[in-house]
Design a protein. Structure first.
Length: 208
Protein backbone atom coordinates (compact mmCIF):
# COMPACT_ATOMS: atom_id res chain seq x y z
CA UNK A 1 0.00 0.00 0.00
CA UNK A 2 1.37 3.42 -0.97
CA UNK A 3 0.65 6.16 1.54
CA UNK A 4 -0.39 9.31 -0.28
CA UNK A 5 -1.07 12.90 0.67
CA UNK A 6 -4.73 13.41 1.56
CA UNK A 7 -5.24 9.84 2.75
CA UNK A 8 -6.00 8.88 6.34
CA UNK A 9 -2.82 7.94 8.20
CA UNK A 10 -3.03 4.25 9.13
CA UNK A 11 -3.93 3.77 12.79
CA UNK A 12 -2.09 1.41 15.14
CA UNK A 13 -1.62 0.44 18.78
CA UNK A 14 2.00 0.25 19.90
CA UNK A 15 4.46 0.38 22.80
CA UNK A 16 6.47 3.60 23.03
CA UNK A 17 8.94 5.08 25.47
CA UNK A 18 5.96 6.91 27.02
CA UNK A 19 3.78 3.78 27.33
CA UNK A 20 1.26 2.10 25.08
CA UNK A 21 -0.59 4.39 22.66
CA UNK A 22 -3.27 4.30 20.03
CA UNK A 23 -1.83 6.53 17.31
CA UNK A 24 -5.02 8.39 16.35
CA UNK A 25 -6.05 8.90 19.98
CA UNK A 26 -2.54 10.12 20.79
CA UNK A 27 -2.68 12.68 17.95
CA UNK A 28 -6.03 13.92 19.25
CA UNK A 29 -6.68 17.52 18.15
CA UNK A 30 -3.01 18.16 17.38
CA UNK A 31 -0.85 17.79 14.32
CA UNK A 32 1.76 15.04 14.33
CA UNK A 33 5.34 14.91 13.07
CA UNK A 34 5.92 11.15 12.71
CA UNK A 35 9.46 10.28 11.71
CA UNK A 36 11.55 7.15 11.44
CA UNK A 37 15.27 6.65 11.80
CA UNK A 38 17.49 3.63 11.13
CA UNK A 39 18.63 2.66 14.61
CA UNK A 40 19.35 3.65 18.19
CA UNK A 41 22.97 4.40 19.09
CA UNK A 42 23.86 5.73 15.63
CA UNK A 43 25.38 9.18 15.11
CA UNK A 44 23.04 10.92 12.65
CA UNK A 45 19.97 9.63 14.51
CA UNK A 46 21.37 10.88 17.80
CA UNK A 47 21.64 14.42 16.40
CA UNK A 48 18.12 14.27 14.91
CA UNK A 49 16.56 13.09 18.16
CA UNK A 50 18.42 15.81 20.02
CA UNK A 51 17.30 18.48 17.56
CA UNK A 52 13.67 17.38 17.83
CA UNK A 53 13.89 17.58 21.64
CA UNK A 54 15.57 21.01 21.48
CA UNK A 55 12.70 22.24 19.28
CA UNK A 56 9.97 21.11 21.71
CA UNK A 57 8.71 24.69 22.19
CA UNK A 58 8.62 25.31 18.41
CA UNK A 59 6.56 22.16 17.83
CA UNK A 60 4.25 23.07 20.74
CA UNK A 61 3.71 26.59 19.27
CA UNK A 62 2.46 24.85 16.13
CA UNK A 63 0.19 22.44 18.08
CA UNK A 64 2.35 19.64 16.67
CA UNK A 65 3.45 16.52 18.54
CA UNK A 66 6.67 14.79 17.48
CA UNK A 67 6.87 10.98 17.60
CA UNK A 68 9.87 8.94 16.46
CA UNK A 69 10.25 5.32 15.41
CA UNK A 70 13.00 2.81 14.90
CA UNK A 71 12.99 -0.95 14.78
CA UNK A 72 14.46 -1.21 18.28
CA UNK A 73 12.87 -2.04 21.64
CA UNK A 74 11.54 0.31 24.34
CA UNK A 75 14.46 -0.71 26.60
CA UNK A 76 16.99 0.16 23.88
CA UNK A 77 15.26 3.48 23.18
CA UNK A 78 15.22 4.39 26.87
CA UNK A 79 18.92 3.82 27.47
CA UNK A 80 19.78 5.58 24.18
CA UNK A 81 17.70 8.63 25.20
CA UNK A 82 20.11 9.09 28.14
CA UNK A 83 22.94 9.38 25.58
CA UNK A 84 20.89 11.73 23.37
CA UNK A 85 20.23 14.01 26.34
CA UNK A 86 23.86 13.90 27.41
CA UNK A 87 25.47 14.46 24.00
CA UNK A 88 22.91 16.91 22.58
CA UNK A 89 22.41 18.85 25.81
CA UNK A 90 18.65 18.42 25.88
CA UNK A 91 15.81 16.58 27.56
CA UNK A 92 13.90 14.30 25.22
CA UNK A 93 10.29 13.81 26.32
CA UNK A 94 8.41 12.93 23.11
CA UNK A 95 7.54 9.25 22.52
CA UNK A 96 9.64 6.91 20.40
CA UNK A 97 7.78 3.94 18.95
CA UNK A 98 9.32 0.52 19.58
CA UNK A 99 8.99 -1.54 16.43
CA UNK A 100 11.32 -4.56 16.71
CA UNK A 101 9.02 -6.70 14.56
CA UNK A 102 8.87 -3.95 11.84
CA UNK A 103 5.06 -3.92 11.93
CA UNK A 104 4.62 -0.15 11.90
CA UNK A 105 7.69 0.47 9.72
CA UNK A 106 6.20 -1.81 7.06
CA UNK A 107 2.73 -0.28 7.45
CA UNK A 108 4.24 3.16 6.76
CA UNK A 109 6.68 1.92 4.09
CA UNK A 110 9.68 3.01 6.13
CA UNK A 111 11.60 -0.12 5.15
CA UNK A 112 13.25 0.28 1.74
CA UNK A 113 14.65 -3.22 1.15
CA UNK A 114 17.39 -2.13 -1.24
CA UNK A 115 18.78 -0.03 1.62
CA UNK A 116 18.11 -2.41 4.51
CA UNK A 117 15.74 -5.29 5.20
CA UNK A 118 15.48 -4.44 8.89
CA UNK A 119 16.28 -0.74 9.47
CA UNK A 120 13.99 2.14 8.50
CA UNK A 121 15.04 4.97 6.21
CA UNK A 122 14.37 8.54 7.37
CA UNK A 123 10.67 8.97 6.61
CA UNK A 124 8.60 12.00 7.61
CA UNK A 125 4.82 12.16 7.82
CA UNK A 126 3.07 15.38 8.77
CA UNK A 127 -0.46 14.44 9.85
CA UNK A 128 -3.25 16.90 10.62
CA UNK A 129 -5.88 16.74 13.40
CA UNK A 130 -8.26 15.00 10.96
CA UNK A 131 -5.57 12.28 10.75
CA UNK A 132 -4.93 13.08 7.09
CA UNK A 133 -1.42 12.78 5.69
CA UNK A 134 -0.41 16.29 4.62
CA UNK A 135 3.26 15.77 3.72
CA UNK A 136 5.63 12.88 3.13
CA UNK A 137 9.40 13.11 2.78
CA UNK A 138 12.03 10.40 2.62
CA UNK A 139 15.67 10.98 3.40
CA UNK A 140 18.49 8.47 3.03
CA UNK A 141 20.09 6.94 6.11
CA UNK A 142 23.26 8.96 5.72
CA UNK A 143 21.67 12.46 5.62
CA UNK A 144 20.19 14.16 8.68
CA UNK A 145 16.97 16.06 8.09
CA UNK A 146 16.63 19.84 7.92
CA UNK A 147 14.42 20.75 10.87
CA UNK A 148 13.98 24.34 9.69
CA UNK A 149 12.21 22.87 6.66
CA UNK A 150 10.03 20.63 8.81
CA UNK A 151 8.86 23.63 10.86
CA UNK A 152 8.50 25.75 7.71
CA UNK A 153 6.24 23.26 5.98
CA UNK A 154 4.05 22.93 9.09
CA UNK A 155 3.74 26.74 9.11
CA UNK A 156 2.86 26.74 5.40
CA UNK A 157 0.24 24.00 5.75
CA UNK A 158 -1.40 25.64 8.76
CA UNK A 159 -1.41 29.07 7.11
CA UNK A 160 -2.83 27.57 3.92
CA UNK A 161 -5.66 25.95 5.89
CA UNK A 162 -6.44 29.11 7.84
CA UNK A 163 -6.21 31.64 5.00
CA UNK A 164 -6.94 29.61 1.83
CA UNK A 165 -3.54 30.44 0.34
CA UNK A 166 -0.61 28.58 -1.19
CA UNK A 167 3.04 29.44 -0.57
CA UNK A 168 5.74 30.15 -3.14
CA UNK A 169 9.20 28.64 -3.43
CA UNK A 170 11.35 29.24 -0.36
CA UNK A 171 8.44 30.94 1.44
CA UNK A 172 9.12 32.02 4.99
CA UNK A 173 6.52 33.25 7.51
CA UNK A 174 5.81 36.92 6.74
CA UNK A 175 6.53 36.60 3.02
CA UNK A 176 3.84 37.18 0.39
CA UNK A 177 1.58 34.21 -0.38
CA UNK A 178 -0.23 32.97 -3.47
CA UNK A 179 -3.97 33.10 -4.16
CA UNK A 180 -4.71 29.63 -5.58
CA UNK A 181 -6.10 29.40 -9.13
CA UNK A 182 -9.23 27.70 -7.71
CA UNK A 183 -10.30 31.11 -6.30
CA UNK A 184 -11.71 33.44 -8.95
CA UNK A 185 -10.97 37.17 -8.91
CA UNK A 186 -14.59 37.84 -7.85
CA UNK A 187 -14.28 35.47 -4.89
CA UNK A 188 -10.78 36.77 -4.09
CA UNK A 189 -12.17 40.31 -3.61
CA UNK A 190 -14.16 39.02 -0.59
CA UNK A 191 -11.45 36.78 0.84
CA UNK A 192 -8.51 39.16 0.28
CA UNK A 193 -9.91 42.71 0.69
CA UNK A 194 -6.30 43.88 1.07
CA UNK A 195 -5.92 43.22 -2.69
CA UNK A 196 -3.14 41.46 -4.59
CA UNK A 197 -0.42 41.89 -7.20
CA UNK A 198 -1.40 40.17 -10.43
CA UNK A 199 1.95 39.13 -11.94
CA UNK A 200 0.04 36.89 -14.34
CA UNK A 201 -3.65 35.95 -14.29
CA UNK A 202 -2.54 32.64 -12.71
CA UNK A 203 0.04 34.20 -10.36
CA UNK A 204 -1.51 36.49 -7.77
CA UNK A 205 0.49 37.48 -4.69
CA UNK A 206 -0.99 38.89 -1.53
CA UNK A 207 -0.10 39.57 2.09
CA UNK A 208 -1.85 37.87 5.00
C1 LIG B 1 23.27 7.26 11.59
O1 LIG B 1 22.27 7.53 12.23
O2 LIG B 1 24.33 7.79 11.82
C2 LIG B 1 23.23 6.26 10.48
C3 LIG B 1 22.41 5.17 10.58
C4 LIG B 1 22.40 4.25 9.54
C5 LIG B 1 23.21 4.44 8.43
C6 LIG B 1 24.00 5.57 8.33
C7 LIG B 1 24.02 6.48 9.37
Amino acid sequence: MTLRIGETAPDFDVETTNGKINFHDWIGDSWAFFFSHPADYTPVCTTEMGRTAQLADEFAKRNTKPIGLSTDTVEEHKTWILDVNDTQNTSLTFPIVADPDLKIAKLYEMIHPSESATAAVRSVFIIDPNKKIRLTMTYPMSVGRNFDEILRVIDALQLGDAKRVATPADWRPGDKVIIPPSISNDEAKDIFPQGWDEVRSYLRLTEV
